[in-house]
Design a protein around this ligand. Structure first.
Ligand code: IVH
Length: 674
């Protein structure tokens, strides 16, 4: 293919991919399989790679791309992004209707009622049908340029399907949100990584939009509903329903749950209908939006400084109840974070009896001035766990007691510390039983020290029997210790001992991740390992040195500094080192014996999993391929190898059995360790 032909093919691929995107994400009627979609994308990326000058920002390959930004550019909105006035009762909706009728005397008024999506407002600017700039609402006058983040949202079209081309500039307003499922999943992952949890899907969406690295935003799987045209040259639509239809035809995602109502009674009926139905939606709504349908009437009604007069939000009443706050107890989470929990006088609320509520943290208690003995109003929000919304201060007797975070951990009496820049308090004790199991599970996990067979049930027993008081103790476990545990046999015990021993040779980045430094995830650990060649170097690094690494932010720097200053850290590091755990990256380039060596793995391996073998090969500088070719250096053949074996034989490629491979590795690592 010459360049011109490639260009045509690229254009075709882009059209196809965007069409299938639309089919999949907006119509929910995919026409091709995921694999076929991936193949189209792979071809596009390959061709664009060949001719980089053909890459354009609206190519589907560019949705997740680019390097992290330093900060967002500020943009002034062409037309201010106003907000919506709120109402909370039928009476207020009637008052709104009365105002409309007064301002539009004698005219027929049609309303459109929509769901109020609980996310973050954004403005999408299209220039000549191409998504050019996307902004956050900001203060309504200026917002942040978050184009790169918005591009990662697959339901935002990068190029419009306009047949009329009436407007060279088009601005569309919508709400970026996170589904309840994604929210739960992300929080689950955050918990695993010992990161602070998002309070609700809206916070998660808002937090994601503020990330400077679009690659991270892409992992948040955000979505969008658009609901208004903010700016368009020439007036194409007579009313809102038409405008939404037009947006649909351009390729945007609008919410299907809308109702045109000929009077306010219908409006109220429709709103009430959603009150309980909304629980069944996959995303959160905090109310309904009632809009005047006619564009001419909207024009006539105009806006106040804050919000247009032609619409109003009806907020669903929160599920609330009043009760007495009997005590505030402090729980120590598995991550060491101390969480105050409200113990309430049991009260019925939305179908369940509530006797506990989260208080999140000390800051929140102070902000709301919550005291033990107070009469409080509790509410069930999007989450199942209720929260305290306010205190009925008028009925205070003076006997109420203020709350302070304990200085010592209620579980282990270890020091409790508030880390600067964070709202959370943490128990500092690495050996705190409330955290120990979790820490050890993290230490042995696949992306950390990868100690297989040492599952949660065994860890629980080891901690309970005090055989393990910190993760360094794993290395002194004996067969005799293990064999006494429940559901333990000779084979398993031996395997665990072997796996623990073998883990002493893990890479530096794995070890750094395994240490469980708050805020240091897999990627950060890799970056740290690239910048420091041993745990000791990292331990003694100066603040400036850490800060000089672009990817390591202030919070992480503080967390690392603090972690290594602690006495118990020093103690556990000495223990690990004495146990023979490799504390530095020993592999200099000359140790990377497999550089330029390509491996193909086939058949069933008996002693290791494939990913473990791949890790070892990669650590030693080698690469892995799926198929045998002239470029293959070694074929590692397990049991029942299949056709790759024959091909390798034909090509005269060195074939290693698993045992031969392991002997080779042991010899090499012996040399390296020397
Ligand atoms: S219309 C003048 N329609 O709610 C603003 N907004 O609390 C015109 N929102 O800032 C926006 N669902 O971010 C409109 N169906 C909907 C909406 C909606 C959610 C958001 C929007 C607005 C906020 C006000």
């Amino acid at each position: 293919m010459n360049k011109r032909q490639t260009h045509l093919r690229i254009k075709k691929l882009r059209e196809q991919i965007e069409r299938h995107n639309h089919k999949y994400y907006i119509d929910a009627q995919p026409e091709i399989s995921d694999r076929e979609y991936d193949l189209l994308m792979e071809e596009l990326i390959r061709l664009e790679h060949k001719f980089p000058d053909l890459i354009i920002p609206d190519s589907p390959s560019q949705r997740v791309g680019g390097s992290p930004l330093k900060e967002f550019r500020t943009v002034t909105h062409r037309t201010p992004m106003l907000s919506i006035a709120n109402t909370y009762s039928e009476d207020e909706i009637m008052e709104f209707d009365a105002r409309m009728r007064k301002n539009l005397t004698g005219e027929n008024i049609d309303y459109v009622v929509e769901l109020k999506i609980d996310g973050v407002a954004v403005n999408l600017i299209y220039e000549n049908e191409i998504f050019a700039i996307g902004t956050s609402r900001g203060d309504g006058i200026h917002g942040d340029d978050i184009t790169k983040n918005l591009r990662t949202i697959k339901t935002i079209p990068l190029r419009l399907q306009m047949s009329d081309s009436i407007s060279s500039v088009l601005e569309v307003r919508g709400e970026v949100y996170m589904t309840k499922d994604v929210f739960r999943q992300i929080n689950k992952e955050r918990e695993k990584r010992e990161e602070l949890l998002f309070a609700n899907p809206r916070n998660a969406a808002a937090g994601s939009m503020k990330l400077l690295d679009p690659k991270m935003v892409a992992q948040r799987h955000l979505n969008i509903f658009v609901y208004e045209i903010g700016y368009m040259e020439g007036s194409a639509c007579n009313n809102h329903v038409e405008a939404l239809k037009l947006l649909d035809t351009y390729g945007f995602r609008t919410n299907p749950n809308i109702q045109r109502c000929k009077d306010i009674d219908e409006v109220i009926k429709y709103c009430n209908g959603w009150q309980s139905k909304r629980e069944k939606l996959g995303y959160e709504t905090d109310g309904m939006v009632i809009k005047v349908n006619s564009m001419v009437q909207r024009e006539k009604l105009g806006a106040t400084g804050k919000s247009p007069r032609w619409l109003i939000a009806y907020k669903f009443p929160a599920k609330q109840a009043a009760t007495i706050l009997e005590e505030i107890v402090v729980q120590v989470g598995r991550t060491g974070i101390l969480t105050p929990v409200a113990e309430l006088k049991p009260v019925a609320l939305a179908g369940t009896t509530v006797s506990r509520a989260t208080l999140h943290n000390q800051d929140e208690i102070m902000r709301k001035d919550i005291r033990v003995g107070d009469k409080v109003i509790i509410e069930k929000g999007g989450d199942v766990i209720p929260k305290i919304v306010s205190v009925v201060k008028e009925v205070r007797t003076g006997k109420e007691r203020e709350f302070g975070m304990p200085r010592k951990c209620p579980v282990c009496s270890g020091d409790v510390k508030k880390i600067e820049g964070e709202v959370a308090y943490r128990c500092e004790n690495l050996k705190c039983p409330a955290q120990l199991e979790r820490r050890i599970r993290h230490f042995v996990s696949r992306r950390a020290m990868d100690i297989e067979s040492l599952g949660p049930a065994i860890i629980t027993q080891l901690v309970k029997k005090k055989l393990v008081k910190d993760y360094a103790d794993l290395y002194s476990l004996k067969f005799d210790n293990l064999i006494k545990l429940e559901r333990m046999g000779d084979i398993l015990a031996n395997k665990i001992i072997w796996n623990i021993r073998e883990s002493r040779n893990r890479s530096l980045s794995r070890l750094i991740f395994a240490l469980g430094i708050p805020h240091v995830g897999v990627l950060s650990a890799e970056i740290l390992a690239k910048n420091f060649s041993s745990v000791d170097q990292l331990r003694t690094a100066k603040k400036e040195e850490l800060e000089a690494i672009g990817e390591i932010g202030e919070i992480m720097t503080d967390s690392i500094m603090h972690f290594f200053e602690r006495e118990d850290t020093k103690e556990v590091l000495i223990k690990i080192k004495n146990a023979g755990v490799k504390m530095e990256e020993t592999k200099s380039l000359e140790d990377k014996v497999f550089v330029a060596k390509n491996f193909v793995i086939t058949g069933t391996l008996a002693k290791y999993k494939r990913h473990q073998v791949s890790d070892i090969i990669k650590e030693l500088g080698g690469s892995i391929s799926e198929s045998v070719s002239k470029k293959t250096s070694f074929l590692l053949a397990g049991a029942s190898p299949g056709s790759k074996y024959n091909k390798a034989q034909k090509l005269g490629i060195t074939i290693l059995t698993e045992d031969e491979f392991l002997t080779l590795i042991r010899t090499i690592s012996g040399q390296i360790a020397r």
